[in-house]
Design a protein around this ligand. Structure first.
Ligand code: PLP
Length: 379
């Protein structure tokens, strides 16, 4: 039974959210999809559905334990090898969500005494992972390579002055998203790769919104920018363009082995249902066999960006409104007209930058995008 003091506190917290137009609601998908991350339509692809259903019928639903206990299966080993080949890394490790994968990487690899340089717009799961780490965190302005260079230099100088006679054993990390989830813009990955080479910094890249879409084989922006050799680890959530769920961390053999031994979100959590691995096997096959899907997605994204006069090229288009209440009202009116688009408000985005996060998928037609633009313009 809730105590009276806690009930009163919760009511007051909810009231504060309401007064700032920050309450969120659980809304079942309805109308034309301009909000999901199913960019390639794989969550509804018949082959993905069939492989997942067959796997459930053959081997059951839950994995029944942690991967290190009875939860491990051949399907996981196979999909991890396949994903590592796709990503051109030595090895990969499957987690039951991207959130957990980010916690695992950031709470395990950086240690006390290390420094993590983190883009100010990084996703909450990256931030929470860094909060679990004992390393110091330095936040730099979004995509600002000059500011990052200054901070790195300053940090090195301070270290030299402070620890003149001590052996250097601290490690620097740079943590970024390759395609930012709420802004739809790309990190300057080539510049980062060079800077990390020069300063012996470990580059960690979250490819949540890029994997499956960018690069010649669709493995992401690391592939497209040709920096695979300079990336220490990438996190690749599989519930977005890959249409299923879970996430792969891709890295060198020793890094993956270390995560298996030490990463608490891997060790102390029940493994994902094995059928997810079977479904992801189909997703990777489709991405290899049907490059048209990602080409169509980017063509549609360009089309909508042109119509909304938004620069950039990605499938995530932020339509900035600013005020929380106004953004929520516009989203509601669009929903009432049959367009499933959602309002994104703080703390997901900085205060004063509430927006519609429009996400394009390959199945949208130009006619639907025209109708959406007309509706948006009227509002
Ligand atoms: C950039 C980024 N990283 C990680 C995640 C977390 O992935 P998952 O949804 O699989 O937990 C998300 C999803 O919202 C994301 O946008």
């Amino acid at each position: 039974m809730p105590t009276q003091s806690m009930t009163a506190r919760i009511q007051s917290r909810l009231g504060a959210l309401q007064s700032q137009s920050l309450t969120r609601s659980l809304r079942i998908p309805a109308g034309i999809d301009l909000t999901s991350n199913d960019y390639l339509g794989l969550a509804q692809h018949s082959l993905v559905k069939q492989r997942m259903a067959e796997a459930v019928l053959q081997n059951g639903t839950g994995s029944t334990g942690s991967r290190l206990l009875r939860g491990h299966r051949d399907e996981f080993t196979r999909i991890e090898h396949k994903f590592a080949r796709f990503k051109q890394t030595q090895r990969s490790l499957f987690f039951s969500s991207g959130y957990l994968a980010n916690l695992a990487v950031l709470a395990t690899l950086p240690e006390a005494g290390d420094v993590i340089f983190s883009d100010e717009r990084n996703h909450a799961s990256l931030i929470d992972g860094m909060r679990l780490s004992k390393a110091r965190r330095v936040i730099f302005p979004h995509n600002d390579i000059a500011a990052l260079k200054d901070l790195l230099k300053k940090d090195l100088l301070e270290k030299d002055l402070l620890k003149k006679d001590l052996p250097k054993k601290d490690q620097k990390f740079l943590v970024v998203e390759s395609l930012f989830s709420m802004d739809g813009d790309q990190a300057p990955l080539r510049d980062y790769a060079q800077l990390c080479r020069e300063t012996d910094t470990a580059l960690i890249v979250d490819e949540a919104h890029a994997v499956g879409i960018y690069g010649e084989t669709g493995s992401g922006l690391i592939e497209e920018t040709g920096i695979a050799e300079n990336v220490f680890a990438s996190i690749n959530p599989a519930g977005k363009a890959l249409g299923v769920g879970g996430a792969f961390v891709a890295a060198a053999d020793s890094t993956i082995e270390y995560l298996i031994q030490r990463a608490r979100p891997f060790i102390f959590s029940t493994a994902a249902p094995p059928a997810m691995a079977a479904a992801l096997d189909a997703s990777l096959d489709i991405i290899a066999a049907e490059p048209d899907r990602r080409h169509r997605l980017l063509a549609r994204s360009r089309y909508l960006r042109d119509k909304l006069q938004q620069a950039g090229r990605s499938q995530i288009i932020p339509y900035l409104i600013g005020e929380n209440a106004k953004t929520a009202a516009i989203a509601e009116q669009l929903q009432a007209q049959g367009f499933d688009v959602r309002a994104i408000r703080p703390p997901t985005v900085p205060a004063g930058t509430a927006r519609l996060r429009i996400s394009v998928n390959e199945a949208l037609t130009e006619a639907q995008l025209d109708q959406f633009c007309a509706a948006l313009r009227k509002l």
